[in-house]
Design a protein around this ligand. Structure first.
Ligand code: ADP
Ligand code: MG
Length: 417
């Protein structure tokens, strides 16, 4: 794929991301009594997606912007892949860090291709390599290059602009990507699709992604780890979503994750973790009598209609099929479907508005995989709940990484003698 990785990134194998370390980082804006960020220490492991959450004004954006030196710390150090970020010039640093913000913030007078090519151009890639990279990225974020390459931002929907913003952030294959409320400005359904896409891109690329959000559900869904901050960027808890939900470190975290944490656990499970129902499918033009016979044989009472590229276009009950003759090219514009990487939460949401009490599941390039039925999800929740009750009796709270265990230090000291 692309070459020219920054010298500071680990080059062998996956993950392709780089570790980021905050060491007692403080940011004091002029004229402010309290620091916006007060002695933040933090290790962001290479190849992980870490979500910064916390109430408005707690210092998330400031912490993020110190990583690419849009803000400079008042004191403390930040390293990327072991190298102090102040040891090189800022422009050079920023070319190695993707930056994605709300709305995509595209240049209005440049085409989609020109917008994506900004950093590769600065890096003086040759024309052909840039063109190839632009098409590759448009494909990756789900936009047909032939259609979108030469469009202007104002000709795109909000969700499409955000996709281009993500493509631009990835363009020069940086080991680190910073995102600030990247999906805050799009509607809920588009947001869900963008989140699913980001997860599937990340499972392939394994960048180090730091993402600011005010949405705890988004953090639970996307994060390998979540950093929950209070005012002054003080760490309330830094842990995996599983551990935070199972054992909130204090009442602030408890309040922040809010009620219904067992429902939130649904966001930790992907649709493809549960058994899908194989449905009878058919294509427009097939003989209705033949299709109905196939459905009867499978004891099915409905048929999923696919287009020539195996993408679902309609979901019909048998009594909605014509009595005989070819199946028409019917198209349900409101057909609910979710990606196999979607969370059970999203799937449940889609199911509740579906006439079938189930939702269509698609995989790569939106191809049909099967359906997920409500009873399958209900069974899963039931099993989880009974396991959780058993575990509660047996175990204590999981340890929080990053918090030193004094007894451990003492034991080490004792061993030295
Ligand atoms: P968050 O992203 O968590 O909402 P910010 O990092 O934007 O928080 O802000 C943290 C604190 O720093 C807030 O009190 C905010 O008002 C202040 N702040 C942010 N940016 C500036 C700035 N450029 N100048 C002065 N104060 C700022
Ligand atoms: Mg902010």
């Amino acid at each position: 794929m692309s070459s020219n990785p920054p010298a500071s990134s680990p080059q062998q194998g996956s993950p392709s991301g780089a570790e980021i370390v905050f060491n007692r980082v403080t940011k004091r804006y002029p004229g402010q009594k309290k620091p916006a960020v007060d002695e933040l220490s933090l290790v962001i492991p290479a190849g992980e997606m870490v979500m910064f959450v916390g109430p408005s004004g707690c210092g998330k954006t400031t912490s993020l912007k110190m990583i690419n030196r849009l803000h400079e710390p008042t004191s403390g150090t930040i390293t990327i892949a072991g190298e102090d970020i102040t040891s090189r010039n800022e422009d050079e640093l920023r070319r190695k860090i993707g930056y994605v913000i709300q709305g995509g913030s595209l240049f209005p007078h440049q085409t989609v291709a020109q917008n994506i090519a900004v950093v590769p151009k600065l890096l003086k890639w040759d024309r052909r390599r840039i063109d190839e990279r632009v098409d590759e990225l448009l494909d990756l974020v789900g936009l047909d290059p032939a259609i979108y390459r030469s469009r202007y931002p104002k000709e795109l929907s909000g969700g499409q602009q955000q996709r281009v913003g993500v493509a631009r952030g990835l363009a020069a294959d940086p080991p680190v990507i910073l995102m600030d409320e990247p999906f805050g400005a799009v509607d809920p359904i588009t947001r869900q699709r963008l989140q699913d896409e980001l997860m599937s891109i990340q499972s392939e690329l394994r960048k180090t992604i730091v993402c600011v959000t005010h949405d705890i559900d988004e953090a639970i869904k996307l994060g390998d780890r979540i950093l929950i901050l209070t005012e002054g960027a003080h760490v309330a808890q830094y842990d995996t979503p599983q551990n935070i939900l199972a054992a909130p470190a204090n009442s602030f975290v408890e309040d922040f994750i809010g009620a219904g944490s067992s429902l939130k656990q649904l966001s930790l499970v992907r649709v493809d973790n549960l058994p899908l129902t194989e449905e009878v499918h058919a294509f427009p033009g097939e003989d209705a009598v033949e299709v109905r016979r196939r459905a009867w044989q499978q004891r099915a009472d409905s048929v999923v209609l696919l287009d020539q590229r195996r993408r679902p276009i309609d979901w019909l009950r048998l009594n909605e099929l014509p009595a005989e003759g070819p199946l028409p090219e019917s198209h349900d514009p409101n057909l609910m479907q979710v990606d196999r990487r979607a969370t059970l939460n999203d799937a449940l949401d889609a199911m509740l508005t579906s006439a079938h009490g189930a939702v269509i599941v698609t995989g790569q390039r939106d191809q049909f995989l099967g359906t997920l039925a409500y009873p399958t999800v209900a069974e899963h929740v039931h099993v989880q709940a009974s396991q959780a009750t058993q575990e509660d009796d047996l175990s204590q709270r999981p340890e929080t990484p990053g918090v030193a265990d004094p007894t451990h230090v003492e034991r080490l000291g004792a061993n030295d003698e």
